[in-house]
Design a protein around this ligand. Structure first.
Ligand code: ZN
Ligand code: MN
Length: 268
């Protein structure tokens, strides 16, 4: 049997062994079930968060927990809005409680190094709250040595990659929805899930500097993409995937696998 880093593939004794003997880092991918234009699948955010977690886990001795696929509601100015058919979301309180519970379960079974890897813009502060409350609850229970790292897998992009991927200029992370970044990564990793013939010719979104409730769907380009996906390629996708794999694994190494922590680590 090959060595999988996916928690769902492991037996419970093997999961326990890796926590105890290998000091495994538990990675929790969080995504969304959300429209991504005419050409990308509804699962894009959780699929990417999970795949980037898997790649990082292979480098740093991690285990990827089953992803939290549902997420906080898509917003007009960052994900096109929650009105699209198929965009299936949670209230913020539900997401907080779900992630808080799962984080505490990891700790209950002995995990002390945990990473929340976010693939959906709108999740940000709900995950912050989940991490904060989980750590607080655990502290009240006398568990004081759990550390949780939270990041977006795409938190930073180097200037070199930006210049190649965005010759016309980077639109910013909020508008990178169903656009060059996600389309290119999907073309590199899961090309069978991308229909490039359906990439829309919509112009980029041009939002006012405020939100409205209820949101106005007329603000959003009809496809649901907030910036054009033209110019996407598997080659750009590979650059981004490599860069983000370095980013996530580097963060985990720095926080959880420094010389100090490595000395305590008992790898068989
Ligand atoms: Zn997305
Ligand atoms: Mn999203």
């Amino acid at each position: 049997m090959s060595r999988s880093v996916m928690m769902s593939d492991l037996s419970w004794p093997e999961y326990k062994r890796r926590l105890e003997e290998e000091d495994a880092i538990i990675l929790l991918p969080v995504g969304a079930v959300e429209q991504h234009g005419y050409h990308l699948p509804l699962g894009t955010d959780w699929i990417m968060a999970t795949e980037m977690s898997r790649r990082a886990a292979e480098r740093v001795g991690g285990i990827v927990a089953p992803p939290v696929m549902y997420a906080y509601k898509s917003q007009i100015r960052s994900g096109g809005g929650n009105h699209y058919c198929g965009t299936t979301s949670l209230d913020g309180a539900s997401l907080i409680e779900m992630v808080r519970d799962v984080l505490k379960e990891f700790a209950r079974h002995g995990a002390r190094k945990i990473a929340v890897i976010d693939g959906h813009y709108e999740n940000e502060f709900f995950l912050t709250e989940a991490c904060d409350l989980a750590v607080r609850d655990l502290r009240y229970d006398g568990v004081t040595d759990v550390r949780i790292l939270k990041m977006r897998y795409c938190e930073e992009i180097s200037d070199e990659v930006l210049e190649i991927a965005y010759p016309a200029g980077y639109p910013g992370l909020a508008l990178e929805h169903g656009a060059v970044l996600e389309t290119s990564m999907m073309l590199h990793l899961f090309p069978h899930l991308v229909d490039v013939s359906k990439i829309s010719d919509d112009p980029p979104a041009d939002f006012p500097p405020y939100d409205l409730y209820p949101g106005n769907p007329d603000w959003v380009p009809p496809s649901g993409c907030l910036a054009p996906a033209h110019g996407s390629s598997a080659e750009i996708g590979k650059m981004l995937v490599d860069e983000f794999t370095d980013l996530v694994s580097g963060a985990l190494e720095a926080q959880f696998r420094t010389a100090q922590t490595a000395a305590e680590r008992k790898v068989s």
